[in-house]
Design a protein around this ligand. Structure first.
Ligand SMILES: *[C@@H]1O[C@H](CO)[C@@H](O)[C@H](O)[C@H]1NC(C)=O
Ligand SMILES: *[C@@H]1O[C@H](CO)[C@@H](O)[C@H](O)[C@H]1NC(C)=O
Ligand SMILES: *[C@@H]1O[C@H](CO)[C@@H](O)[C@H](O)[C@H]1NC(C)=O
Length: 175
């Protein structure tokens, strides 16, 4: 047991950072910073790829609902027609979170096959909305996405609705 724990500690030290990001092919899911709502390890560089190519049909879109978003730096959304390690086609940045729009934009929608969300932060100091005291501190984000036809759902809440002090959950059941 002790050896196992030691190995874990060594692996964490060697790897330097927890796992983050990944490729998401399900019709809905959650994008979360490591250990949310705890403080992020920085520097951090995560990439989430929402791959909707097998779900795509006419009028299908990828919508990311910015429900619990507390970071206003280093986070951007880029859509692609094709996205893999060796080949990328038609990349277009459709949203970059900043200090102003973080409290205005409720969702990001793409009609392309791929939506790539990148988080790149070198330091934690200035990048966060809610670092009040050590009980209310919230870091990073916990946001949901959905690949679906039809209009964007308007029942999702954001931190604007919660006045920054409450906790905002998506109504949808993510299973
Ligand atoms: C896609 O949306 C357009 C406009 O809302 C509609 O006219 C069309 O019938 C839809 N196509 C499909 C396959 O649902
Ligand atoms: C924030 O982003 C919006 C677009 O979402 C842009 O219009 C605005 O100029 C940006 N503000 C700053 C301070 O960069
Ligand atoms: C993250 O978001 C999901 C969906 O809104 C929610 O069910 C879950 O409780 C949230 N996790 C935390 C730690 O707030």
């Amino acid at each position: 047991m002790r050896t196992f724990l030691l190995l874990l500690v060594m692996a964490a030290a060697a790897g330097g950072r927890p796992r983050c990001g990944g490729v998401l092919t399900a019709a809905r899911g959650i994008l979360q910073t490591p250990g949310f709502p705890a403080e992020l390890p920085v520097p951090i560089h995560c990439e989430w790829v929402i791959d909707a190519q097998n779900l795509a049909s006419p009028n299908t879109s990828i919508v990311v609902y910015l429900t619990q978003l507390y970071v206003h730096e280093g986070l951007s959304f880029t859509e692609y027609q094709v996205y893999d390690k060796t080949y990328q086609l038609d990349g277009r940045v459709i949203h970059t979170v900043n200090e102003t729009n973080v409290v205005q934009v409720r969702w990001v929608q793409s009609f392309q096959n791929f939506l790539v969300i990148t988080l790149k932060l070198d330091s934690i100091d200035s990048a966060h909305l809610r670092v009040l005291d050590r009980f209310l501190d919230v870091y990073g984000f916990n946001i949901t996405y959905e690949v679906a036809r039809g209009p964007v759902r308007t029942d999702s809440c954001t931190i604007m609705d919660c006045g920054f002090t409450g906790i905002c959950y998506d109504h949808y059941t993510y299973v």
